[in-house]
Structure formats: structure tokens, C-alpha cells
Design a protein around this ligand. Structure first.
Ligand code: SME
Length: 163
């Protein structure tokens, strides 16, 4: 457990140093997904969904989560706010830990290997601009320490990018 806490503090430091001096959203999300993929053991997917405004036929707009930089297998491209774990995290503005995805009724299956996941929103001026989604092939993979780490990473990205 102590090892996990130390590793997680180290991951936050690496993300901080890798995004320092750069405010481009795509570049920072891409490098952050690579850092998490490299340093967090037992993952099968890590990446971002970015909130985009989608134009409807009547020329009104609605917010939708659209696939951003990630590591792992190709994934679902669009997720409505409120749908799946990602959409629930965006709607509630809360970090959501799912120990067993089969027990989360609305889970959206992208990679059938995913058994547990954690999703945290990135919030700028009280508005969700993206979510960070991390999936594991192991049941109950994500601890409270992991939840704290992803929240810290989300805060760094909220402040460190030109959203
Ligand atoms: N599991 C997510 C969908 C995204 S993929 O896992 C990459 C969800 O239910 O929101």
C-alpha cells in the first residue's frame, strides 16, 4: 500500500513536469495518457474524452464526450453526458470508481477485457471540459490512493491547459 502511495505521488510529479511550459490541450493530454500507461501497472486502457459542442439539425447545440488522446485499443468515439461511467462522472462532476464493471448497469463496453475502472472529471470554472478514464483487466484495481492521484492529475490539467 505504501508503495502504491509513493508511486502515485511520483506519477503526479511526472505529469506536472511533463506539462510544465506547455498549454496545448491535445499535447498535454497525449503525454499524460502515456505517463499513466507507463507507470500504472495492470491497465488495459487510459485516456480522455473531451466535451465538445455538437450541432443539431435545428442549429442548436448540445454537449457530448468525444474520444481524445489515449493508450490501448481503439475505443468508442462519442458518449452522451449521463451515459456510461464517463458520462456519469461528467454529469455528477465526481470521481467514479467501479470495482466491477459488470455491476454498473450502464457501463459502455469498449474493450471486453475491462473489469474495473475509474473516471474523473476535469473541471474548469465549474464546468466539466473532459474526463480521464482508466480501465483495468483486474477486478477492484483502483484504490483510494489512485482516486486521489487521478484527481490531482485532473487538477493539474485543468490549470495547465488552454481549454
Ligand atoms: N467504460 C466507459 C466507456 C469508455 S471505454 O471504457 C474506453 C464508460 O462506460 O463510460
Amino acid at each position: 500500500m505504501e508503495f502504491v502511495v509513493t508511486l502515485n505521488m511520483e506519477i503526479v510529479r511526472i505529469v506536472q513536469s511533463i506539462i510544465e511550459g506547455e498549454r496545448d490541450v491535445i499535447a498535454n493530454l497525449a503525454n499524460t495518457s502515456a505517463v499513466l500507461w507507463e507507470h500504472m501497472p495492470r491497465l488495459n486502457w487510459v485516456g480522455f474524452y473531451i466535451v465538445r459542442q455538437v450541432r443539431k439539425i435545428d442549429a442548436t447545440y448540445f454537449d457530448q464526450l468525444v474520444l481524445g488522446p489515449f493508450q490501448g485499443k481503439p475505443a468508442c468515439i462519442r458518449i452522451n453526458i449521463g451515459r456510461g461511467v464517463c458520462g456519469a462522472a461528467a454529469a455528477s462532476k465526481q470521481t467514479i470508481v467501479v470495482p466491477n464493471v459488470d455491476e454498473f448497469a450502464d457501463h459502455i463496453v469498449c474493450d471486453g477485457n475491462s473489469k474495473s475502472e475509474i473516471v474523473t472529471p476535469i473541471i474548469v470554472n465549474d464546468k466539466v471540459v473532459a474526463v480521464l478514464d482508466i480501465d483495468s483487466p483486474e477486478l477492484d484495481r483502483f484504490s483510494e490512493s489512485d482516486a486521489q492521484m487521478v484527481r490531482s492529475v485532473a487538477e493539474l490539467l485543468a490549470k495547465g491547459c488552454a481549454w
